[in-house]
Write a protein that binds this ligand. Sequence first.
Ligand SMILES: [Zn+2]
Length: 128
Amino acid sequence: MHELAICQSLINQVESIALQHRAKSVSLIVVGIGPLSGVEAQLLKNAYPIASAGSVAENTELVIEYLPVKIKCNNCGCESDALPNKLVCKQCGNWQTSLVSGDELLLMSVELEKEDALEDSSTNTNTH
Ligand SMILES: [Zn+2]
């Protein structure tokens, strides 16, 4: 299962970010998927609970954003947005274009829940 492996590598990234910031948990993960990445958003969502089980990102809300497809024309050099199934230069109509973006899968943002160390430790010592 392709998406499970992708999910696990995303969670690895999230875990190292959470560790760097000493976060106790992760409240939101935003992932950007290019339409040409070959990744199905729904399959990624389905794989998420399995991949995140036991990690800091367990039960975290996963938001998926679709990234635009961008191409650069080999003829006139113009960069334009394109449909995933129609990579044609908007400027001159040339089919010979290079993909600038649209095939990537990115961890776009992570919202961390931090432990307020000073506040928490003082309340704990008072209550115990
Ligand atoms: Zn062109």
